[in-house]
Design a protein around this ligand. Structure first.
Ligand SMILES: *Cc1c(COP(=O)(O)O)cnc(C)c1O
Length: 217
């Protein structure tokens, strides 16, 4: 478990960028990891976690939340509308608001439930056909649409193409956020979180560098 090492690298990257390390929320991405590894990170005092799947999150986080106070859970994977209610009940933030249909569903449910997690609009900065997210040129209009629905949009999120320099994508995301008056930037993973911090990331999503490799069975 290298939580302390990652925290140190985040602090150093923030300092190098002239930023306060307290501005960067380390989301420990616990998807697929064995409960014992997740418990170890909780026992070390960490409280901000990320999961990809509603089902998986529902299976493990209610019990962890009973044992450990103050957990913040971020949903960072694609969200189907038929899982939206469950996601809203479980998560403190949803990073994958990526289409009008989901925006409408979240708006309806938040009216009904009287609350809504913090939302990040996912932007498909690499315009990859297989990847979720709003195309960059449609982001401004979509953000306006989500705001008109009274959704609590706090920032933007991206997952750069694997084979491209991620800095270009981080810079683009930061530019779209700035011109829309959004302060949240969910970007950077194990391989590039320091770069993301240099470009203004407020939320870095780090999995394997904290927990070790994910073992899928
Ligand atoms: C799995 C995942 C991460 C973490 O990836 P690592 O490379 O293990 O740090 C971050 N963001 C999203 C959206 C993910 O699905």
């Amino acid at each position: 478990m290298s939580l302390v090492e990652i925290q140190g690298r985040i602090a150093a990257a923030a300092t190098a960028a002239g930023r306060d390390a307290g501005e960067v929320d380390l989301i420990a991405v616990s998807k697929v990891q064995p409960d014992e590894r997740v418990a170890a990170v909780l026992r070390a005092g960490h409280r901000s976690f990320g999961e990809n799947k509603v089902q998986e999150a529902a299976g493990k986080w209610p019990a962890f939340k009973e044992t450990f106070d103050g957990v913040t859970l971020h949903l960072i994977g694609p969200l189907q509308t038929n899982k939206a209610r469950q996601a809203m009940e479980l998560a403190d933030a949803i990073h994958t608001l990526d289409r009008p249909k989901l925006a409408n569903t979240l708006a309806r449910l938040s009216q009904e439930m009287g609350q809504c997690p913090d939302l990040f609009v996912q932007v498909n900065t690499g315009e990859e056909p297989q990847k979720a997210g709003i195309p960059p040129q449609e982001a401004d209009a979509f953000i306006a649409q989500a705001r008109a629905l009274d959704l609590p949009v706090k920032g933007l999120m991206c997952i750069p193409p694997v084979d491209e320099e991620s800095s270009l994508h981080f810079a683009l995301l930061a530019k779209i956020a700035a011109r829309n008056g959004l302060s949240g930037l969910s970007m950077g993973m194990s391989a590039d979180f320091e770069k993301a911090i240099a470009f203004g990331a407020t939320h870095v999503r780090v999995g394997s560098a904290i927990f070790g490799d994910r073992v899928y069975d």
